[in-house]
Ligand binder design. Structure first.
Ligand SMILES: *[C@@H]1O[C@H](CO)[C@@H](O)[C@H](O)[C@H]1NC(C)=O
Ligand SMILES: *[C@@H]1O[C@H](CO)[C@@H](O)[C@H](O)[C@H]1NC(C)=O
Ligand SMILES: *[C@@H]1O[C@H](CO)[C@@H](O)[C@H](O)[C@H]1NC(C)=O
Ligand SMILES: *[C@@H]1O[C@H](CO)[C@@H](O)[C@H](O)[C@H]1NC(C)=O
Ligand SMILES: *[C@@H]1O[C@H](CO)[C@@H](O)[C@H](O)[C@H]1NC(C)=O
Length: 390
């Protein structure tokens, strides 16, 4: 990025200045080009000379310390280098630019301290990827408070919270730290169990990043009480079979220990517990009972039970599960049968109706007459009755 100060040499004597105004070439308008450089980048400072007569050229930093005295380094700072010195152009570079290098750089002829040029160097500090802080632990039914922090940028970065591609408005605050700004945006979200693991992100945008964004992804960590469910073994169990019960557990944090017990009894001697699974080999009827699986975390506890009935090896059992299937099967069969019947009746009726409609059409008038006749007859009959009654 070029940082150019167009330096102009005007002859100091007023008489000559007046003369030079006539011949405009000797004293021209001053121009300065300001430049913005990324922190850590390299700035190029160029001074344009006009009508250079071999005078000493002085370049000074914003604190008016002389950097170069006619091509000779004056300030001990290796980041500044003189890269060009011609009668038309003096150019220096500044590497590893920091915010403290900001300000006006002066370019002047030693013999004329009334005329100098200043070009302003601005340093832009793009934000790093922001961080997310959880100010309040999330528990289901409560709220989570998240703060997105971009500790250092210049000009201030813009922070946006995004969830499901929609922006969540946050409370933004800025704090100046010297020349850079610390920006934060805080949101509060109500959270339920289903929000556990949901993705939200905080995007930092900044002029120096162009259209790009620095994005921090965050997954909600919603704490909730456990749920437990025993997955029962299929079918019935007889003496000599082995039992395997698995307790399916949820919860955040996931309960580490599962407790297996038998209500009003001790666990069978042969019971083996490994994590969420209870196994009993060679079942006997003494193993009958209600088995309980329990789990807990800091947010609550939960339990599920399973009633074990061990049958004789030879027992013929009408299992409970078989009954609903038989009922469902029967209902289905009945339904299909009814549908078929209705279809047959409908088809039969429509065929028959079509036939009779045609017959009626042929004898339409006759029938109408018959009806009328019947009506009249009816009237006559009632009249007859009346007469009879009178
Ligand atoms: C350079 O920046 C200074 C200070 O910000 C300002 O006064 C001046 O007008 C700017 N010059 C140009 C050419 O933009
Ligand atoms: C300043 O430096 C320029 C370029 O090297 C040179 O031509 C000029 O003579 C120098 N002036 C003085 C006064 O040393
Ligand atoms: C650049 O400057 C910073 C301090 O402003 C320093 O910490 C860093 O080491 C420098 N980097 C190089 C490559 O000189
Ligand atoms: C456990 O024992 C108590 C008291 O003896 C009784 O009321 C309860 O029904 C029993 N529970 C089971 C599951 O057998
Ligand atoms: C165990 O349950 C089975 C099935 O209900 C029953 O036939 C048997 O008598 C029970 N045995 C004991 C010891 O309770």
């Amino acid at each position: 990025m070029a940082f150019t100060a167009v330096w102009n040499y005007c002859v100091p004597l007023s008489v000559i200045t007046l003369l030079s105004l006539v011949g405009t070439a000797r004293c021209q308008a001053v121009q300065a080009e300001n430049v913005t450089v990324l922190e850590g980048g390299t700035a190029q400072i160029s001074c344009r000379l006009q009508n250079y007569d071999g005078s000493i050229v002085v370049i000074q930093n914003p604190r008016r310390q002389t950097l170069f005295f006619n091509g000779t380094r004056a300030l001990k700072d290796d980041r500044f280098q003189m890269v060009l010195f011609t009668p038309r152009l003096v150019r220096i570079t500044l590497t590893n630019v920091s915010v403290s290098d900001e300000g006006g750089y002066f370019c002047q002829l030693y013999t004329d301290d009334t005329h100098h040029q200043v070009a302003t160097l601005s340093v832009s500090v793009p934000p790093d990827t922001p961080t997310v802080e959880v100010k309040q632990e999330a528990v289901e039914g409560g709220e989570v408070e998240l703060t997105c922090l971009s500790p250092r940028s210049k000009p201030p970065a813009t922070l946006r919270w995004i969830r499901d591609r929609r922006e969540i408005p946050g409370v933004v605050s800025q704090q100046e730290n010297g020349k850079t700004v610390s920006v934060s945006s805080t949101i509060r979200l109500p959270v339920e169990r289903k929000d556990n693991g949901a993705a939200v992100s905080c995007e930092a945008s900044h002029p120096a990043l162009g259209g790009q964004k620095r994005v921090r992804h965050y997954r909600l960590d919603v704490h909730f009480a456990p749920t437990v469910r025993i997955i029962p073994p299929p079918g019935i169990l007889r003496e000599g079979d082995s039992l395997s019960l698995t307790c399916s557990i949820t919860g955040n944090p996931l309960p580490r220990d599962v407790q297996w017990t038998r209500i009003n009894d001790t666990l069978p001697e042969r019971a083996e517990i490994s994590g969420p699974t209870l196994q009993v080999s060679r079942l006997s009827q003494s193993h009958n009972g209600t088995y309980l699986c329990q789990a807990q975390n800091n947010y609550g506890r939960a339990a599920d039970h399973y009633t074990l009935l061990v049958y004789d090896p030879g027992a013929v059992i009408e299992t409970h599960s078989a009954v609903p299937y038989a009922v469902i099967g029967g209902v289905l069969a009945l339904l299909v049968f009814t549908v078929i019947c209705v279809l047959i009746v409908t088809v039969w009726c429509s065929v028959r109706q079509k036939g009779s409609y045609l017959t009626h059409e042929a004898s339409g008038l006759d029938e109408h007459g018959e009806v009328q006749e019947a009506f009249l007859n009816g009237n006559d009959a009632s009249q007859g009755k009346k007469e009879y009654l009178l």
